[in-house]
Write a protein that binds this ligand. Structure first.
Ligand SMILES: CC(C)(COP(=O)(O)OP(=O)(O)OC[C@H]1O[C@@H](n2cnc3c(N)ncnc32)[C@H](O)[C@@H]1OP(=O)(O)O)[C@@H](O)C(=O)NCCC(=O)NCCS
Length: 157
């Protein structure tokens, strides 16, 4: 299933990067998780397969997959909570980085959210991920003056 990614920037990059974007299929789940491991997005305390399946099954989320020459080269998990959109697991395979694929995936996520009338996109970036921070700044994302608080709900009480 092709997703609606026909905003101007996507079309421009689409041709330049020769990447096709569609919702991730079940057959590509392992390839996506392998890609996330290769680019350092997985952590021992998170279950990436469960994250992925939850996002694919939910009514307000999906995982976009970018394909080039038959290979999975990029992913992005996008969803919204009714108020804000979120993107997780943005990844471009190391050998395909620097070709505009990351920007194209973000444009696809933005289009996906706009189509659902979501007014704002938030991204959580680990503080030490300077590469991602530079990338998002290049795409005109700004650092908000907020503090993110969290609590693990699966911890033994
Ligand atoms: C972050 C990431 C997705 C970027 O993907 P990419 O395909 O290499 O990025 P693009 O080629 O689309 O770059 C888009 C723009 O950002 C800039 N950019 C990309 N990485 C950059 C960096 N490390 N520093 C500065 N600018 C950067 C590019 O120069 C480009 O700008 P330009 O249009 O002026 O040339 C990729 O590096 C990646 O997968 N990293 C590992 C996973 C990760 O950290 N994901 C983010 C989790 S929050």
């Amino acid at each position: 299933m092709k997703v609606g990614v026909r905003c101007a920037s996507v079309v421009r990059r689409w041709h330049r990067g020769r990447m096709e974007i569609e919702a991730l299929s079940e057959a590509a789940v392992n390839a996506a998780v392998e890609l996330w491991g290769r680019v350092g997005l997985t952590r021992p305390w998170n279950d990436p397969v469960a994250d992925l399946r939850r996002a694919l099954a939910g009514p307000a989320s999906t995982v976009l997959a970018g394909w080039a020459e038959g290979a999975l080269v990029a992913t992005a998990m996008v969803g919204h909570d009714g108020h804000r959109g979120w993107v997780y697991y943005l990844a471009v395979s190391p050998e395909q980085q620097g070709r505009g694929h990351g920007q194209t995936m973000m444009a696809a996520c933005e289009t996906w959210l706009r189509e659902r009338q979501v007014p704002k996109l938030n991204i959580m970036v680990r503080g030490d991920n300077t590469t991602a921070r530079s990338f998002y700044e290049r795409l005109d994302y700004v650092t908000d003056d907020v503090v993110v608080l969290s609590r693990r709900l699966n911890a033994v009480e």
